[in-house]
Design a protein around this ligand. Structure first.
Ligand SMILES: [Zn+2]
Ligand SMILES: [Zn+2]
Length: 217
């Protein structure tokens, strides 16, 4: 059998008979340099391959990656210097069509339409076309009171509050009726007068008689 000849001419002990083993042995000798390039200097593979040519090693990407894996090298996550925020180019709000400066790459709506980066405003805009501006107009028209019980609406605390404000809408036509207290609050009221008012409210908004009872969202 003919011994494989190394392009590097390195033929060491029994483990280094193949060219591949010879290359890995050369790389072992450069472990310190490779670690510095990879972790501290964050060089790309191409840049590292160029450096290795300076050391007389012409490698493929695959050979380099085998070595990096063997050395168990992991790049630490990139950290932005403190106080420097990512800057995203201005874009058009998907709701009001005005230009704004986003705070994140995935932001769809300006802060006038969706003041918080949360699902509540996205749903209001997507399902009812009601952003913060439209919401404020409705709220003012209703003088801050629930469309059904006429008690003051609860804008805070959070989304999870049972007395929170919801956009009440016709579940058949999707048409928005008014801002009301949350359903969980409404349906537990044990008052005939209150429920008569509910019926009147639904009729005044042209609700269907055979309405399926479902939770407003
Ligand atoms: Zn907007
Ligand atoms: Zn109410």
């Amino acid at each position: 059998m003919v011994e494989p000849t190394s392009s590097l001419g390195v033929m060491g002990g029994p483990n280094y008979r193949t060219p591949r083993a010879a290359i890995q042995r050369e790389l072992d000798g450069l472990r310190g340099e490779i670690t510095t390039w990879f972790i501290d200097e964050r060089l790309t593979s191409d840049q590292m391959l160029e450096k290795l040519i300076e050391y007389g090693l012409k490698l493929t990407h695959g050979q380099l990656h085998v070595a990096i894996k063997r050395f168990s090298l992991l790049r630490p996550p990139k950290r932005r210097p403190k106080g420097i925020k990512n800057v995203y180019p201005d874009r058009i709000c998907a709701h009001c069509k005005e230009s704004y400066t986003p705070n994140s790459s995935g932001q769809m709506y300006c802060r006038n339409c969706a003041p918080a980066n949360d699902g509540m405003w996205w749903r209001r805009i997507r399902n009812f076309g009601i952003g913060k501006r439209e919401f404020d107009v409705m709220f003012a028209k209703q003088e801050g009171k629930c469309g059904i019980c006429r008690e003051p609406l609860d804008l805070e605390p959070s989304n999870k509050s049972q007395t929170r404000t919801v956009i009440d809408h016709d579940h058949v036509t999707g048409k928005v009726r008014s801002l009301t207290h949350h359903w969980y609050n409404i349906r537990l009221v044990e008052s005939i007068e209150y429920h008569e008012r509910c019926a009147e409210y639904l009729r005044s908004h042209g609700a269907h008689e055979t309405h399926k009872v479902r939770r407003p969202s």
